[in-house]
Design a protein around this ligand. Sequence first.
Ligand code: HEC
Length: 148
Amino acid sequence: MKKPRSSTLALIVASGIATAAITGNLLAHGNVLPQPVDTTALPAIGDAWLTKNPFRADPKVYAAAQKIGESAYGQNCARCHGLEAISGGIAPDLRYLDAGEAGDEWFMDRFQHGAARDGKVYMPPMGDILGQKAGWAIRSWLDSKHQE
Ligand code: HEC
């Protein structure tokens, strides 16, 4: 009677460790998955992908977009493009993107589709997961970080 009990205990302990290891793994990967962005405070902009930032024209909307964009950037882009948009070198420094409408389309193209070459993903696509409102919110915040 004593033996089976201790081996059962050993099994429980072992499966506990395995569960902890798996959970730890999932959590680690969880940080890498795109984090949803709440954009309900921003006006609807339709489903068709735009090539110019629709939030820039109205100062109130633009300010709201920048606030949402700052946190969306921190959760989804900073790990590669750097905190405060200052790149540590593993991905381009987004402060130097063309400012205003001249840089909007290129920004959105990358946000939506990411970047891959020779079957290697350099940047994961974000468009379908985060939606274009989140993309334009990030773009709005990046405007405030722009450098020539
Ligand atoms: C896994 C790392 C990673 C994440 C996360 C990431 N990017 Fe990128 N991004 C890259 C890399 C690497 C490139 C350069 C791709 C290339 O060499 O073609 C890039 C390129 C870009 C470019 C083009 C830059 C240029 O100078 O041409 C934009 C714009 C961009 N990313 C925006 C974003 C935004 C916005 C987010 C968050 C929603 C984001 N990226 C998240 C790695 C990442």
